[in-house]
Design a protein. Structure first.
Length: 95
């Protein structure tokens, strides 16, 4: 069974060179693949094609990222800021 991974969802890579890195799903390619980016190593203009089974979904969604991407106005800066907010919230939850 494939995990529920949809655009705008923050995911963690489970396989490959980028194992352990956090990405945001930009779009679905087909039933097995999605495109992910983090705004640093993988920009919005050259997202990584990853198999769904190699990604671990988180409970964090970014609807604003999905909206910007659909409008064609998503930037690497906006993506980095969203992931920084996620990281800050995770750190504050641990404290």
């Amino acid at each position: 069974m494939k995990p529920e991974i949809k655009p705008g969802l923050a995911v963690i890579s489970r396989m490959g060179r980028d194992k352990g890195r956090v990405f945001v799903v930009l779009c679905e390619v087909d039933a097995d693949f999605v495109l992910v980016a983090d705004g640093r190593g993988r920009s919005v203009h050259s997202p990584k094609r990853k198999r769904r089974k190699h990604l671990m979904p988180t409970s964090h969604e970014f609807p604003e990222i999905t909206a910007l991407n659909e409008q064609g106005r998503l930037t690497d800066h906006a993506l980095r800021m969203a992931l920084n907010r996620l990281q800050d919230s995770l750190l504050s939850d641990q404290a």
